[in-house]
Design a protein around this ligand. Structure first.
Ligand code: ADP
Length: 585
């Protein structure tokens, strides 16, 4: 309760998210971060308040009886008056503010307004928050008007409309046959032709087989047809992850509300604070440097000489056009950009790079590569294709090749944060930030032998945005490669900050992007589906937003660290004040 009370009255200041807190650790309350636990300090001040009042009243009654003027005060009365005033201020601050807050019903989501003690920033922000148009439209009045808002459907309503799945007697027979092993669990969808029913039966069979309850993992309220053959096999329910919004994030003159799916306290609030600092400083500029997905099969020859022959053939510019024609047959959108080869003895690794439109592109590039391998077999019949992926791609593993060459979208995003915004919003100084960045993100990461990890927490933001927008979260490995640079500019007054991210792997079509929730988040960003203007524009835009959100996250966390606020804010926002032992029982 203390933490909740304080969160509504005190500014959001910092906030590094990192580790998962174990249940044991969580038994500690947020207020334990304070030198004196809140319930003790409340008790002390209550006692002080009532003792002082009692003491003063009894003394004044005595004075009135003996006709002594009240203005004649003794030392003990002065001390009692001071104690009264101090405890009154404490109790008013602690209980009174919440009371006033509850009267005016101030929305808790106005993190920006609540955290700021800077008048200039407040005025600017009130203007920002007063906008009635959605993000993207705030700066562009020529855009068409929005369609009327969809009715708000509450969870209760959904539950009312869609009754909880009830299993029939026929279902019971199928459950028994799955438990007995006579009906394979994976075949339920094709046998029943009803994905929801298949999931319900599989779930029940699983509970009986394991003797473990799945209560808490919802089954109803999800479209199981939408994942069939594309996103997830053998479903038994779905996991709910809250989606928070950071922003508006101002990049290249457009505002974005960034959806972040996370269960890590502080993360959204921290990114939101970074967005605010960027917005108040005029916004960030995000530039796409390169756009190409890669796939690298491994092929083997009888000799290293033959492997070298193929390498020379593939890298000869005269052969590129032929290879591109063969490659490009796979898709309207996959266009071969280049092939880079690496030899290990008799083995050759062929790293193909191609554009993939608005798709993240792994399937697309793989199909194109298969076409080329089939074609090469004619001229190189002694070539053994060992694997369509030989890890020189390199997908979902930390690898220098991605860090140096890039994979997916390579983006650099920068902003100049004004000195007074650094002080008033980020509660630190330009000098401290620059020094900490050098010591932590550059030198510290070098000491750790980092590979693409020259940043504070890029993967936090990348992963949260990826989950919200239906990206492949496993690709956060290379997508989070990032070097964060900070420099004092304008005679040391302001901060230049940049994030350079060579391997942001995102798409707005294919994979999980078409699912209802994820698609809604893409829609919020204005990048849902295939771009109508130019193939690939939506996915490129999404990559620039990811980089911008990382910039905001880096700015805020580094500031929290520089100001020494990290532990304090985590105690405040990242630790539940609930009694975990009760919750688990
Ligand atoms: P990935 O290659 O990322 O795994 P998929 O192959 O599942 O993605 O999805 C890409 C599919 O979407 C292809 O069939 C492609 O033809 C289609 N598609 C439609 N519009 C676009 C577009 N603008 N960009 C890329 N692919 C598109």
């Amino acid at each position: 309760m203390e933490a909740r009370r304080r969160s509504s009255t005190k500014p959001v200041q910092s906030l590094k998210p990192t580790k998962t807190v174990s249940v044991d650790e969580d038994l500690t309350k947020a207020s334990d971060a304070l030198p004196l636990p809140l319930h003790l300090s409340n008790a002390v001040f209550f006692t002080l308040f009532f003792s002082a009042v009692y003491f003063l009243l009894s003394h004044w009654r005595e004075k009135i009886r003996t006709s002594t003027p009240l203005s004649v005060v003794t030392y003990s009365e002065i001390i009692a008056i001071l104690a009264f005033v101090a405890s009154f201020i404490y109790l008013l601050g602690f209980f009174g503010t919440d009371f006033v807050q509850s009267l005016i019903l101030r929305p808790q989501t106005e993190v920006w307004n609540s955290e700021d003690d800077d008048e200039v920033a407040d005025v600017l922000l009130r203007k920002e928050d007063a906008r009635k148009v959605p993000c993207g439209q705030a700066l562009n009045c020529s855009l068409p008007p929005l369609p009327p808002p969809a009715p708000i459907v509450t969870v209760q309503k959904v539950l009312d409309e869609k009754p909880v799945t009830v299993l029939t007697e026929e279902d019971e027979e199928i459950i028994k046959s799955v438990v007995a092993g006579t009906t394979p669990s994976y075949s339920l969808e094709s046998k029943l032709g009803d994905c929801k029913r298949a999931a319900a039966i599989r779930r029940e069979a699983l509970q009986r087989l394991t003797g473990k309850s799945l209560e808490g993992l919802p089954l109803d309220g999800f479209d199981y047809e939408s994942i069939l053959g594309q996103c997830c096999e053998m479903p038994v329910g779905y996991v709910q992850i809250p989606v928070g919004i950071a922003g508006p994030l101002l990049i290249n003159g457009r505002e974005y509300s960034v959806p972040m799916a996370t269960t890590e306290g502080c993360l959204v609030a921290s990114t939101n604070r970074g967005c605010k600092a960027i917005h108040l400083s005029g916004g960030a500029t995000s530039t796409l440097l390169r756009d190409g997905m890669t796939r690298a099969p491994v092929v083997r020859f009888g000799t290293a000489k033959r492997a070298a022959d193929l390498k020379l053939y593939l890298e000869d510019p005269d052969n590129f056009d032929t290879l591109a024609v063969v490659f490009n047959r796979s898709s309207r959108f996959g266009r071969l950009q280049g092939i880079k080869c690496a030899i290990a003895g008799k083995n050759l690794y062929l790293r193909f790079t191609c554009t993939t439109g608005d798709a993240m592109g792994m399937n697309m590039v793989s199909k194109g590569v298969q076409n080329v391998l089939d074609f090469l077999q004619t001229d190189f019949p002694d070539m053994d294709v060992m694997g369509i992926s030989g890890n020189f791609c390199s997908d979902k593993k930390p690898a220098a090749v991605n860090w140096i060459e890039g994979r997916g979208k390579s983006v650099v995003c920068e902003a100049i944060i004004k000195g007074d915004i650094v002080r008033k919003v980020l509660k630190t100084t330009v000098e401290s930030l620059v020094e900490l960045n050098m010591l932590k993100n550059l030198t510290g990461s070098a000491m750790a032998g980092a590979l693409g990890g020259f940043n504070a927490h890029a993967s936090n933001i990348v992963t949260a945005v990826y989950i919200a927008t239906g990206q492949d979260p496993a690709q956060n490995v290379e997508s989070s490669h990032c070097i964060t640079m900070m420099e004092a500019v304008n005679d040391g007054q302001d901060l230049h900050i940049s994030v350079t991210m060579p391997s942001i792997e995102v798409g707005t079509v294919g994979g999980g992007t078409q699912l209802a929730s994820q698609s809604a988040c893409l829609n919020l960003l204005g990048v849902k589906g295939a771009s109508k203007e130019s193939a690939g524009a939506n996915s490129r835009m999404l990559a620039t937003v990811v980089a911008g959100a990382v910039l905001a996250g880096e700015l805020s966390l580094m500031s929290a660290l520089a100001a020494g606020q990290l532990v304090k804010s985590h105690m405040k926002y990242n630790r539940s004040n609930k009694d975990v032992s009760k919750a688990s029982s």
